[in-house]
Design a protein around this ligand. Structure first.
Ligand code: GLA
Length: 719
């Protein structure tokens, strides 16, 4: 980090980030890109000129953190209203305080009011990924309301750019979208109180090297400059990517300003989440690899060297709510016989939980299903050589529950208005201290009284009426912040008190995956859609932002419950082996051959796992390359015939694809042990084509399948 004539510079990995104080006192972005020489100096900052009388320097100059005021027409980082009706906020530099060689706090203050903002910067020396956030402090004599607060703003100079971002829906998460960045703004967001399946708080911006504005826009997989970012927040969030009136690109991300209003009393502070940002000159592939290694080294609870995920068995698709001691023991015995490390009992074990109409909130063991409590099952699982995990959904309540009958006021709601149920459940208001304590208390008790190694922490709906009427009217919107802060604090306390317990973040599949929750959770459930063919495309999308280490993938039954597609067990296993492997099939229906196939492949997976989930990940078929194949027109649902090593590309190109895959596999195998090489090699030769195809064209999975451009084997070439 360096500072000269009020120029601040952070260097890490292959990146440099620099900003400075301009002649007007504003903090102005200078540079973000490839690392520049130690001795290279950066020019002092100077504001941009006004653009006619319509755009003043305040709006044409790229600011690090722009307050809304003084005629700012681009997205503000901070918007405040004061008690006297003033809503003008102009932030000027006060001072900078280094916190060691790689981190820096910069204090800004409004030009006349006692509102202070501390911008926090730190850069990872290995990856060059920056962590940025902001803290607001009200030193006025009266309260102020924060109407909008970003964690950070990032600016890129005018150029031709492509934006990549991830969208989806329940059972169809992780679609990679790519589009040119044109004038105006693209907003990706969640207004749901939670991260959401519909968009993920990650973006990547690729610079198009081609000077021609007429050529096709394509984000390059392995070449070219890419800037990327990920917001560490599990509540309502927003990232806006705008190309401004002078063609600069400004990315602003933080709390979603929709329905936001955080009242800060005199002396109070508000901290934003962290917005991480990085730079790669090796295309989107390079950007993903930087993020993967950063997540492993700095984000996950067991960083910098998290344990490889145990191979799990999960009972959900086999038994759904019909869990009891004999049925779970029968599954556990079979799971142990194929080399599973962890047995997880899913929904149905507590309260009066016979289906999804009742029981959430009542976290006592159901005595009809488990007359002697959980201990006999847990002991049996241990005796079989596995550890034991349990499903919980702590933030929810069914109206048909003792908890709701006792505390109907504990749910998010607006009094006198309907309480909208989804999956027959309501959201507990975790922002309330008593609700927070109840949730932490029952989880602590459950983990203290039972030998539990793992929680699958679910969250099966989003918010409807986000009311919190126990606090004054002008403080009720704090719910968007306090709920998530309390969620994080419960997770943090539980991990501290039960350091051996690991946690999976699940929200009806991939509805809560972000760098905020990942500080407290070891893995995530990417989707309720466990069809192995659909998963290939989802896993590909997932890999842009998140490491395969955290990507749990189960092998379930065939034909698949969601789309009727039949696949061989080997195909299902190999698809799931791209991440952290799990088995979710009904083992009571398996043949002897199935058991021996699974046993062989789990052993092969165990020996290759470190390479698969911790190596450098290369996507061998780039989306740009896949786009050259007119695949969508050539296949009808009933004509799908896939093999694991064949994509849905026209025949004339299938040979190229096989070649790429086998090259990749060779690279992967060459880094694995001789044993795993032999095993995996054999299995890949044995992989059977998919039998049959999608059931109907109107099936939701088919729609998803045919929109996804490709699904190649993800190869990890190096540990
Ligand atoms: C959610 C999860 C599933 C399963 C069910 C149980 O849908 O994503 O994996 O745990 O809840 O109700």
């Amino acid at each position: 980090m360096g500072r000269g004539a009020q120029v601040f510079r952070l260097d890490g990995g292959n990146a440099t980030y620099a900003f400075a104080v301009n002649e007007r006192g504003e903090l102005q972005t200078l540079y973000w890109g490839g690392r520049i020489g130690e001795r290279d100096s950066l020019p002092a900052a100077h504001s941009n000129p006004e653009a006619a009388s319509f755009d003043s320097p305040y709006t044409t100059t790229p600011q690090e953190y722009a307050g809304w005021g003084a005629g700012l027409f681009t997205e503000p980082a901070l918007k405040v209203s004061f008690a006297d009706g003033n809503r003008d906020l102009v932030l000027h530099f006060v001072r900078a305080s280094p916190n060691g060689p790689q981190s820096l706090d910069v204090l800004l203050k409004d030009i006349s009011r006692e509102v202070y903002v501390t911008l926090r910067y730190s850069i990872d020396p290995d990856s060059g990924i920056l962590a940025r956030s902001a803290g607001m402090e009200n030193k006025e004599k009266q309260a102020i309301t924060i109407e909008q607060a970003a964690a950070a703003q990032w600016t890129l100079p005018p150029a031709r750019y492509t934006l990549s971002y991830l969208t989806g829906r329940w059972a169809g998460e992780w679609t990679l979208n790519q589009e040119p960045i044109i004038g105006g703004a693209r907003v990706i967001e969640s207004r749901r109180g939670s991260t959401g399946h519909q968009a993920n708080p990650w973006f990547a911006i690729s610079r198009d090297a081609s000077p021609s504005s007429a050529g096709p826009i394509a984000a390059d997989e392995e070449h070219g400059e890419v800037w990327f970012g990920a917001l560490a927040w599990s509540g309502s969030w927003r990232i806006s990517v705008e190309r401004d009136q002078l063609d600069s690109v400004r990315v602003t991300g933080g709390f979603n300003p929709f329905d936001f209003g955080y009242k800060l009393q005199p002396g109070e502070k508000l901290e934003t989440p962290v917005f991480y940002g990085g730079y790669s000159d090796h295309g989107l592939g390079g950007a993903s690899r930087l993020l993967h290694h950063f997540e492993i080294a700095h984000i996950l609870p067991q960083a910098p060297d998290p344990k490889l995920r145990p191979v799990i068995y999960n009972s959900w698709e086999a038994t759904e709510f019909n869990v009891d001691e004999p049925s779970q023991v029968a599954l556990a015995e079979k799971a142990a016989s194929i080399g599973v490390d962890r047995f997880v009992m899913d929904d149905g074990w507590f309260g009066q939980r016979k289906n999804d109409h009742a029981g959430l909130g009542d976290w006592y063991v159901n005595a009809e299903k488990f007359p002697h409590g959980l201990k006999p099952l847990i002991d049996k699982v241990h005796a079989l050589g596995m550890d034991f995990g349990l499903w919980v959904e702590p933030e929810m309540v069914n109206p048909d529950s003792d908890l709701y009958r006792k505390h109907p006021d504990w749910v998010l709601n607006f009094p006198g208005r309907p309480r909208s149920e989804s999956r027959n459940q309501l959201v507990l208001n975790l922002a309330r201290p008593d609700v927070r304590d109840y949730v932490e208390g029952f989880l602590d008790k459950l983990l203290t009284e039972n030998n539990i190694a793992f929680l699958k922490w679910d969250y099966n709906r989003n918010w409807a009426e986000p009311g919190w009427d126990q606090v004054p009217q002008d403080e009720q919107k704090r719910v968007y912040v306090e709920f998530i802060r309390n969620l994080y604090s419960i997770l943090e306390n539980l991990r501290r008190k039960h350091p051996k317990v690991e946690i999976e973040s699940c929200s009806g599949g991939g509805g809560r995956v972000d760098l905020g929750i990942l500080r407290y959770t070891d893995e995530v459930w990417p989707s309720d859609n466990t069809d192995p063919f659909d998963r290939l495309a989802m896993q590909d999308g997932f890999s842009y932002a998140y490491t395969p280490q955290i990507m749990m993938a189960w092998v379930t039954d065939s034909p698949h419950w969601g789309n009727g597609r039949a696949t061989s067990l080997t195909y299902r296993m190999l698809s799931s082996m791209q991440g952290s492997l799990g088995i979710g099939a009904n083992l009571n229906r398996w043949s002897a051959e199935d058991f021996s196939t699974a046993k062989r492949l789990i052993a092969a997976y165990h020996s290759a796992q470190r390479t698969i989930v911790r190596g450098d990940l290369f996507r061998l078929i780039s989306r740009a390359m896949a786009a050259n194949f007119p695949r969508l027109r050539l296949f009808r649902p009933t004509r799908i015939k896939q093999s694991f090593l064949r994509s849905r590309m026209p025949r004339r190109k299938a040979a190229d694809f096989r070649c790429c895959n086998s090259q990749g596999l060779t690279r992967m195998l060459s880094t694995s042990s001789a044993r795993s090489k032999g095993r995996l090699g054999q299995e890949l030769r044995r992989a059977r084509p998919v039998r049959g195809g999608c059931a109907t064209a109107s099936n939701w999975n088919c729609a998803e399948t045919f929109r996804q451009p490709h699904s190649g084997w993800i190869v990890n070439a190096r540990c």
